[in-house]
Design a protein around this ligand. Structure first.
Ligand SMILES: *[C@@H]1O[C@H](CO)[C@@H](O)[C@H](O)[C@H]1NC(C)=O
Ligand SMILES: *[C@@H]1O[C@H](CO)[C@@H](O)[C@H](O)[C@H]1NC(C)=O
Length: 426
């Protein structure tokens, strides 16, 4: 989704600056590398990646005076900077933080392992597949402070409702510390945390998708050396060779790169998984945040025609939100029919190209229009024969009052979305 809850931090305000364009990087690793264009501020989205963004009132860059802020306080969730307006911003952290960005979302997002998403089994054939922690920005970060893993009791809750798929986002920089890079050893504690929750899910019959939630980026840069990515996946798949309920979800939401680059990266990751001898399903994602509605217009349609798996066990993962800009940040849906409408192009593409698809993130608000729209999308999927399932965004212990959260006991989407839109398909 086009939203990074919590740990993003404002690095420096660069008033009246001219230079770096919106959404381009302005630094990382504690330094700013240039000034953002007039009207933009340099926002630290991870320790290693700052980006020029526009803030909406009252957080206007011209109303602030200093260009270098000092980290003064660490709280549980956020790094607080000295500037009072920024502190206020952090007090409003999570969803509210992004309401202060002019268009409700940023184009670079780090998520964390505290999210799990749920798939409902009946819109799919998960059997077909068998033929064959990213919140926060601190790296490595501290367990239960900067990030956490999904809770077993929540897993039980969803399994008990007939949901059988859990997507486990985690951060590659924590798994593979930048000091030793993508081909270095995995962090043993972080890997162990991942394995614990994955094994919990699969031992109870669920499917667990490993989701390096990295937007085709690592350590602040787009991953351009696909051979490193191939090795990374070969090493990761080796850790899960014997668990047939594991799914390898190669990378979350590439953006800002050509569709052909996203496809090449995914092909390399897929090749790495197979080179390890792993036979489980592999999910691949396209550029433009792997949006279903833009699958053709983004170039993904052409670029992913040739993705190839010797085991024929690759699934095209797409994401879809039903608010105006498709970002999953506004609980108003475009219309009661927008769900099926937004999936139509992708459904046609999957049919025409003999591919299987999976909606890895679906989300909308708890209101009549959205519930109709979700049901319409799921009905289209069920009757199309090309979609094997979907996952709702989001669940996980740290989502707070995010309107799409179905985390028990009181996620805001539990009261209506779960019984009215999701469980009928479970
Ligand atoms: C990660 O980024 C830091 C800061 O730019 C750099 O010093 C380091 O070499 C990078 N590490 C890798 C493995 O790319
Ligand atoms: C959400 O979207 C609706 C419809 O596009 C719009 O009227 C409303 O202002 C938006 N809400 C926010 C908080 O942006």
């Amino acid at each position: 989704m086009k939203l990074s809850l919590s740990l993003a931090a404002i690095a420096a305000l660069l008033p009246q600056a001219l230079g770096i364009s919106r959404w381009d990087t302005c630094g990382g690793g504690g330094v700013t590398t240039g000034k953002c264009d007039d009207g933009l501020v340099c926002v630290e989205l991870s320790e290693y990646y700052y980006q020029c963004l526009k803030l909406a009132p009252p957080y206007s860059p011209t109303s602030t005076s200093t260009s270098t802020s000092t980290r003064t306080t660490s709280t549980t969730f956020v790094v607080v900077y000295e500037h009072p307006e920024l502190e206020q911003l952090y007090l409003d952290f999570s969803i509210n933080f992004y309401k202060h960005l002019d268009d409700d979302y940023v184009q670079y997002k780090f998520f964390d392992v505290r999210n799990i998403d749920i798939c409902l089994p009946r819109c799919q054939e998960v059997q077909v597949l068998r033929s064959s922690a990213e919140f926060g920005s601190a790296i490595p970060g501290t367990l239960n402070k900067d990030y956490t893993w999904p809770s077993p009791s929540s897993v039980d809750y969803f399994l008990g409702k007939g949901m059988n798929f859990f997507r486990i986002p985690f951060m590659m920089e924590r798994m593979s510390p930048p000091a030793t890079g993508l081909t270095g050893p995995f962090d043993s504690a972080y890997l162990s945390g991942l394995k614990t929750i994955v094994n919990y899910i699969t031992s109870k019959g669920g499917y667990a998708a490993l989701d390096p939630h990295n937007y085709a980026r690592y350590n602040g840069s787009v991953i351009t050396d696909v051979s490193l990515f191939k090795t990374w996946w070969k090493n990761m798949a080796t850790e899960f060779l014997t668990n047939d309920h594991v799914i390898f979800d190669l990378n979350n939401e590439p953006w800002g790169i050509p569709a052909t680059d996203a496809a090449a990266l995914m092909q390399a990751g897929l090749d790495g998984v197979r080179a390890a001898g792993a036979t489980q399903s592999v999910f691949v994602q396209g550029t433009s945040w792997t949006g279903a509605w833009s699958w053709e217009s983004s170039g993904n349609g052409d670029a992913f025609k040739t993705i190839s798996d010797p085991l024929n066990n690759v699934v095209i993962e797409m994401h879809q939100y039903l608010d105006t800009d498709g970002s999953g940040t506004n609980s108003t849906c475009v219309s009661p029919t927008v769900g099926a409408e937004r999936l139509q192009v992708a459904t046609n593409w999957l049919k025409a190209n003999n591919k299987k698809g999976f909606i890895g993130e679906l989300g909308a608000g708890s209101n009549n229009d959205c519930i109709s729209a979700i049901r319409g999308a799921l009905c289209l999927m069920q009757t199309s024969d090309v979609w094997i399932g979907f996952a709702w965004w989001a669940a996980g212990p740290w989502w707070g009052n995010y309107y799409q959260s179905i985390e028990p006991p009181s996620g805001p989407a539990i009261a209506r979305i779960l019984p009215e839109a999701l469980l009928p398909f479970a």
